[in-house]
Ligand binder design. Structure first.
Ligand code: YZS
Length: 259
């Protein structure tokens, strides 16, 4: 059964994550199908895409498939990691992507949602950043994205505490563009998508790419980047990183020892 469903109605595309058994965890397979769906929408000239979970989903997405995280010694969020690739895909698509969220969002799925251009949620939406819980050193582009959207203090709280940000607060801190009742979510999102699809796709594509370039315009001197990579390598080479994954697979709380 496909893990991703997609359909195009006029100029409005809908891409649905459809793996309830694994809470829409972003496995290599799901990301590969999502990538193909985005590219198909691009070829068929969709003007806006809604990214959503299947009907009645308990979880929008449980984030990176923990079973597929590499064992110590390899960057778990390297440039070519499927999760990092799909984030780039969403940023480079010419049309806006609207994240429609009616349940909980975890780890790398928060990054997917925040990489979308517009987020519309309900009171059931909540966002939890989990690297510290698993012992993962999140990557610079991800940290920068959260800093730019949330501000550095809220981003630090999210990453350090690994606690959920509920919908009301998510709206306050700028994660959600709109917070609407669950029974209005689809109509509200569809109306927003329709309005966007009636505007100039060329103008929107140019502005979306300009936002991306301007948003990433903080030049990082090579030595600063190398320092960050050195810090991250110490973490993903650590025993704690291995313990974080092992504890998830054994369904028990992690015991971190700081090395
Ligand atoms: O044991 P089975 O085969 O039944 O499968 C279980 C879970 O193992 C599976 N599953 C996952 N598999 C791989 N990766 C995941 N992230 C993942 N999440 C869930 O789905 C089946 C049902 O899981 P349950 O726990 O029984 O479902 P439920 O009781 O409804 O709880 C749902 C949540 C989402 C609350 C729970 O599954 C959970 O806490 N999942 C882990 C969420 C998480 O920590 N995700 C972050 C993964 N890490 C990242 O995205 C980045 C690397 S980072 O950490 O850096 O942000």
């Amino acid at each position: 059964m496909p893990l991703i469903l997609s359909q195009l109605d006029g100029f409005v595309g809908t891409i649905t994550m459809n793996h309830p058994e694994h809470r829409n965890a972003l496995s290599d397979q799901m990301i590969s199908e999502m990538f193909d769906a985005f590219e198909d929408m691009r070829e068929r000239k969709a003007r806006v895409i809604v990214l959503r979970a299947h009907e009645g989903a308990k979880v929008w997405s449980a984030g990176h498939d923990v079973r597929e995280l590499p064992m110590p010694g390899r960057d778990p969020l390297g440039y070519d990691d499927p999760l990092v690739r799909i984030l780039r895909e969403i940023q480079h698509l010419p049309m806006p992507v609207i994240a429609m969220i009616d349940s909980s969002v975890w780890g790398g799925a928060c990054d997917v949602a925040l990489t979308c251009d517009i987020l519309i949620g309900t009171p059931k939406a909540q966002f939890t950043m989990t690297p510290a819980k698993i012992g993962v050193p999140y990557n610079p582009s991800g940290l920068l994205r959260f800093m730019n959207i949330l501000g550095i203090n809220t981003a630090k709280e999210m990453f350090f505490s690994a606690q959920p940000i509920p919908a009301e607060r998510a709206k306050q801190v700028g994660i959600l563009n709109h917070l609407v009742p669950s029974d209005e979510l689809e109509a509200f999102t569809s109306d927003m998508a329709e309005k966007i699809s009636r505007n100039s796709p060329l103008s929107i594509a140019a502005m979306k790419e300009s936002f991306r370039l301007l948003g990433n315009a903080s030049p990082l001197p090579p030595n600063m980047f190398e320092r960050i990579q050195g810090l991250r390598r110490k973490v993903y080479d650590s025993q704690d990183y291995k313990e974080g994954i092992q504890s998830f697979l054994e369904k028990r709380p992690p015991v971190f020892v700081g090395e």
